[in-house]
Design a protein around this ligand. Structure first.
Ligand SMILES: Nc1ncnc2c1ncn2[C@@H]1O[C@H](COP(=O)(O)OP(=O)(O)O)[C@@H](O)[C@H]1O
Ligand SMILES: [Mg+2]
Length: 343
């Protein structure tokens, strides 16, 4: 959206439009869902001007007021479910990972959190009839764990019918047993994963803004962004805010970051998956070692919380925790060379 359009809003001149734009508010929609104090802080405008801007943006964007139940239903009807291609896990999640919300995957080092994000970056691209969302993915990598080679393995490891349907969907001639066709598919899948490394927590927060822009640019494309992965959400924050005195500051930053990620999911109907490592020190005096970093704030913002833990060999236990409309429960999967597979 050009800055001149922002100037249509009351109290917004060219200078303020610039500031808003620099702060990542580049549409009526993004302004409409901002809080006046957030706007006031990030765009350096007075609190009451900010309130006016938000109010005007809400009426211009036609969102933010009360909605009828049927409108809510309409939006909820658009919620996509992203399949794991593991029946037991999909059943546990009521069909798969949902768009328009944040899913937190937490567990110890080596539990398979990064494997989940990689697998979903593949699965999201599949056509809907084989459990995908016909979308592209954004991958924010803060631990340098993104590996195109794993994507390659996982595409080749998809069930034949998923490969066949995806080849057809992309007009690639051939079938699952045709090496050239699958090579081409691997390349095409990699093309639709937008990866950025986050060098520190501030950079990571900026990348959330970039992700929003990217999702906006792809909104009307053939493969709109339907997945945003942040692997890991917390590593930088944990490393940078160490002392007890910095805890509040860290939570506040994390909260803002999650808020930004949530916006991308809601505005663009994307699933947001964030990973979080739990402390594995069993004799920790401070709380339960199986509790994720970030504690409550993360808990309230994420709709699904999935606790992954290692079992025998390549087996992993997938536990659903505190889901609003679903029963808590567990499923088993395997982490294999070909990707995540049923038991
Ligand atoms: N190519 C592969 N083939 C089989 N298993 C793999 C492969 N790559 C990774 N894994 C499994 O995934 C585990 C690492 O999972 P990862 O997602 O990196 O853990 P986390 O992100 O939770 O620390 C490894 O311990 C290994 O068991
Ligand atoms: Mg990892």
């Amino acid at each position: 959206m050009p800055e001149s359009d922002l100037e249509e809003l009351p109290g917004v001149g060219p200078a303020t439009a610039d500031k808003l734009h620099d702060a990542g508010f580049d549409s009526y929609q993004s302004l409409a869902v901002a809080s006046p104090s957030e706007l006031s802080n990030t765009a350096d405008v007075g609190e009451s001007t900010a309130a006016d801007i938000v109010r005007a943006a809400r009426s211009a964007a036609d969102i933010g007021g009360f909605e009828t139940g049927s409108t809510v239903l309409e939006r909820r009807n658009e919620i996509g479910k992203l399949s794991w291609h593991i029946d037991e896990v999909d059943d546990l999640l009521g069909g798969g990972i949902e768009t328009q919300s944040i899913t937190e995957v937490y567990g110890e080092f080596g539990a398979g959190k990064s494997q989940v994000t990689h697998q979903m970056a593949v699965n999201v691209q599949l056509p809907q009839e084989v459990g995908g969302l016909h979308g592209s993915a954004i991958f924010m990598d803060s631990e340098d764990t993104f590996r195109p080679e794993r994507i390659d393995d996982m595409v080749r490891g998809l069930p034949d019918e998923a490969i066949d349907a995806t080849l057809e969907d992309r007009d690639i001639e051939g079938s699952a047993d045709d090496e050239d066709a699958v090579d081409e598919l691997v390349e095409d899948v990699l093309e639709k994963i937008h990866v950025a490394k986050a060098f520190n927590s501030n950079h990571q927060m900026l990348l959330a803004e970039k992700a929003k822009e990217l999702a906006g640019e792809h909104e009307d494309s053939e493969y709109p962004v339907r997945l945003l992965c942040v692997d890991s959400l917390t590593a930088h924050f944990r490393a940078e805010y160490v002392g007890r005195g910095e805890l509040a500051d860290r939570q506040q930053k994390l909260n803002k970051h999650l808020h930004d990620l949530d916006k991308v999911g809601n505005l663009y109907n994307a699933a947001v998956i964030v990973t979080n490592q739990v402390a594995s020190n069993p004799d920790s005096y401070f709380g339960d070692p199986t509790q994720p970093i970030g504690g409550n704030i993360l808990g309230h913002k994420s709709t699904f919380r999935i606790y992954l833990r290692k079992s025998k060999g390549d087996k992993r236990i997938v536990r659903l925790v505190d889901a609003p409309n679903l029963a808590d429960g567990e499923a088993v999967m395997r982490v294999q060379d070909e990707g995540l597979k049923p038991e």
